[in-house]
Write a protein that binds this ligand. Structure first.
Ligand SMILES: *[C@@H]1O[C@H](CO)[C@@H](O)[C@H](O)[C@H]1NC(C)=O
Ligand SMILES: *[C@@H]1O[C@H](CO)[C@@H](O)[C@H](O)[C@H]1NC(C)=O
Ligand SMILES: [Ca+2]
Length: 341
């Protein structure tokens, strides 16, 4: 990670260690209650009396906000009513996915959002397509793999994704989520996460700090955060809404949110960074170097290892030819010299 000054490095390290610390108390002062959804979910679902609004089949119980029950063709959502203007934040999601279905006979998953739009129904885990902002998806059904399997095709183990799969996507209002390919064409990064039907608590952690997006998971019941993805140069405007949505189709699951906790992060910036960020206020979400992130897409395309060996062997080939050339030349000039004597 490049850091502009040692001071910011120290701060980032401090915040990082704070997140790994199993000590809620220390974080308390940063918790932003207006953007958090916690038990006993006071007033959630009733008109106008809460910071959160329910939609579709979502319902509140004493234990959780159930976005969908384990039944076919459900969609549910919970959305914050207040736009969030924080620059740096982290969202801790305590969630639960469980149901009767056997492995890979369940679906479709849930999503956590930070978007311009709110309270829209649609095909992207219950939210609208062509959304504007960030989506982090817990995709529990491998649509693409199932489709390929039916065609007796397969991804190589390098590109194969194991489901449930968590991935992040940034939309700008005109980028479509490819449901049939589980969002592969627009994937910023992701990881496998066996989150279903577990006895212990499962958490997802989304941190946005100095335009760096980090997603971590805590799903093994060990109270340890595991890296999922970490991407610099993610530009998200301020003033968007947090939300959580889920959808079921032919296959189903209970998709529960136990809590959403938003923490404000205080990150000191150098004067130069402040000025840079003031100068270019972000209005449309985007990701720097998206082409580079996408270079690993699809069945074809060269992996970096393949590329390395291609370059290596081409270089060895060139050197070999050069040596042959030199040998031939020296033989030739030798025999020419001999002829002159
Ligand atoms: C959104 O992103 C796509 C793909 O990167 C790009 O072609 C399009 O111009 C962008 N739209 C806006 C409004 O920035
Ligand atoms: C989403 O955007 C794409 C490309 O801009 C467009 O073809 C598609 O119709 C849009 N879909 C919706 C639901 O607006
Ligand atoms: Ca899927």
């Amino acid at each position: 990670m490049p850091f502009k000054s040692p001071f910011t490095l120290v701060l980032v390290v401090l915040t990082a260690s704070r997140c790994f610390a199993d000590d809620d108390h220390e974080m308390e002062e940063f918790l932003k209650r207006e953007f958090s959804l916690t038990k006993p979910y006071q007033g959630v679902g009733s008109f106008g009396s809460s910071h959160w609004e329910l939609m579709g089949d979502a319902m509140v119980t004493t234990e959780q906000v159930r976005l969908t029950a384990d039944m076919q063709s459900r969609q549910g959502a919970v959305w914050s009513r207040i736009p969030c203007h924080l620059k740096d934040w982290e969202m801790q999601v305590h969630f639960k996915v469980h149901g009767q279905g056997k492995k890979n006979l369940n679906g479709d998953g849930l999503a956590i959002w930070y978007t311009k739009e709110r309270m829209q129904k649609g095909p992207v885990f219950g939210n609208m397509d062509n959304f504007t902002g960030l989506g982090v998806f817990v995709d529990t059904y491998p649509n693409e793999e199932k489709h390929l399997e039916a065609q007796k095709k397969r991804y190589t183990s390098r590109t194969q994704r194991i489901f449930p799969f968590i991935l992040a996507m940034v939309g700008n209002g005109s980028i479509s989520y490819d449901h049939e390919r589980d969002g592969r064409p627009t994937e910023l990064g992701g990881c496998n996460a066996m989150v279903r039907n577990l006895k212990h608590d499962t958490f997802l952690f989304i941190r946005y700090i100095r335009r760096r997006l980090t997603v971590m998971i805590d799903i093994d019941g060990q109270h340890e955060w595991r890296d999922c993805l970490d991407i610099p140069g993610v530009r998200l405007p301020r003033g968007y809404y947090f939300g959580a949505t889920a959808i079921t189709g032919d296959l189903s699951d209970n998709h529960d949110i136990v809590s959403l906790k938003l923490y404000q992060l205080t990150v000191l910036r150098s004067k130069k960074e402040e000025e840079e960020e003031e100068e270019e206020e972000i209005t449309i979400p985007s990701v720097d170097n998206m082409e580079l992130l996408r270079s690993g897409d699809g069945e074809e395309g060269m992996s970096s290892i393949a590329l390395f060996f291609t370059v290596l062997f081409s270089m060895l080939g060139c050197i070999f030819l050069l040596i042959i050339g030199l040998v031939v030349y020296s033989h030739w000039s030798e025999s020419r010299r001999k002829r002159f004597y």
